[in-house]
Design a protein around this ligand. Structure first.
Ligand SMILES: [Zn+2]
Length: 71
């Protein structure tokens, strides 16, 4: 297990860093999003935005037409 603070390579089951005393287990428990998670989230956000845009354009179409005809 590599220490995130000083990069010293400790034993895999080490609780603390031998070199600097950094708590390794505490850091391991924190969930860090990886590249796959970021791509997935971005795709979901884009899909939701596209759906919202399509729905909004369908719903607003009669209103937009009226504004153009009355102008
Ligand atoms: Zn360390």
């Amino acid at each position: 297990m590599k220490c995130p603070k000083c990069n010293f390579v400790n034993k895999p089951n080490a609780k603390f860093c031998v070199k600097c005393g950094y708590e390794l287990l505490l850091k391991e428990k924190i969930w860090v999003p990886d590249a796959k998670w970021y791509i997935k989230t971005i795709i979901i956000i884009y899909v939701v935005l596209i759906i919202l845009f399509v729905v909004a354009s369908i719903l607003l179409k009669p209103y937009v037409r009226n504004i153009v005809e009355n102008w």
